[in-house]
Design a protein around this ligand. Structure first.
Ligand code: IPE
Ligand code: IPE
Ligand code: MG
Length: 241
């Protein structure tokens, strides 16, 4: 057990320390990436989906146990239907590939967010994906139709239904979609926007935030490595000294 990361002789990251368990990504900039190439936003999402798989693999390679990705927010329904459909179909495609080659996946997939508004077909696949990957060692939370305020409100409503009168932080924590998962140690957002956009508001209380101008489809292992080095330059005080 060591909290220090391991680097090879050339300064390349081999393994993170044990204190960096959970990285969350706000995958932003697919549209701008496509626009810069004179292509459709849909193309940006297609390329972004490929990068999502590469980054998840890389995180496994460097020993990250929990990865969370923000794929679709409860506010993203405001986008044109065509674009929403494209994102949903890419998610379906990802799940289908997972079924075809599930022995190659080492992630246990969990979907976080509400099912409201999702198609029956997609919901059925999401549930099956969770089932077939159930025994895998690493956790991949896919935030799909996720909004932190919705998550907190529905947690409160469940507590009310259960008859709680005085609630504690632990009670709330146990009702969140991420109940079984430690809070993110590091949140990485691409594409230069420096905000959380309704992502893990409760869980991010003491997360380290890392922003990069790199657009999501351009994100590479080296960028994650940079975020990890930055993480190790920070001192997490949690209000102490
Ligand atoms: C992130 O890229 C993907 C989703 C929000 C689904 P965007 O689609 O937000 O790309 P930009 O921010 O418009 O460039
Ligand atoms: C956040 O990106 C949501 C996801 C990455 C899924 P947005 O592109 O929707 O965020 P805003 O609108 O710029 O805040
Ligand atoms: Mg965006």
């Amino acid at each position: 057990m060591s909290n220090s990361p391991v680097y090879d002789g050339n300064g390349k990251l081999i393994k993170v320390g044990d204190d960096l368990r959970h990285i969350a990504f706000i995958m932003d900039g697919n549209g701008r990436w496509a626009k810069a190439r004179g292509r459709s936003r849909a193309y940006g999402h297609t390329e972004g989906a490929k990068v999502f798989e590469k980054i998840v693999d890389y995180c496994g390679k460097i020993g990250i146990k929990y990865v969370t990705v923000y794929a679709f927010s409860t506010e993203n329904w405001k986008r044109p239907k065509r674009e929403v459909d494209k994102i949903m179909s890419l998610l379906e495609r990802y799940i289908e590939r997972l079924f075809e080659r599930y022995s190659e996946y080492d992630v246990r997939v969990k979907f976080i967010g509400t099912k409201d508004g999702l198609s029956e077909k997609l919901i059925e696949k999401m549930e099956r994906a969770e089932k077939v990957t159930e025994k895998n060692p690493r956790i991949l939370n896919i935030a799909l139709n996720y909004g932190s305020r919705e998550e907190i409100v529905s947690a409160f409503n469940r507590l009310i239904q259960k008859g709680y009168v005085n609630i504690t932080e632990e009670d709330i924590q146990k009702e969140l979609y991420t109940a079984s998962c430690p809070d993110p140690d590091l949140i990485v957002r691409t594409a230069g926007e420096e905000r959380l956009s309704n992502f893990l508001l409760w869980q991010a209380a003491y997360s380290e935030l890392y922003f990069t101008d790199t657009l999501w489809p351009d994100l590479a292992a080296e960028d994650v490595e940079r975020a990890v080095s930055e993480y190790y330059r920070r001192t997490r005080r949690y209000g102490g000294l």
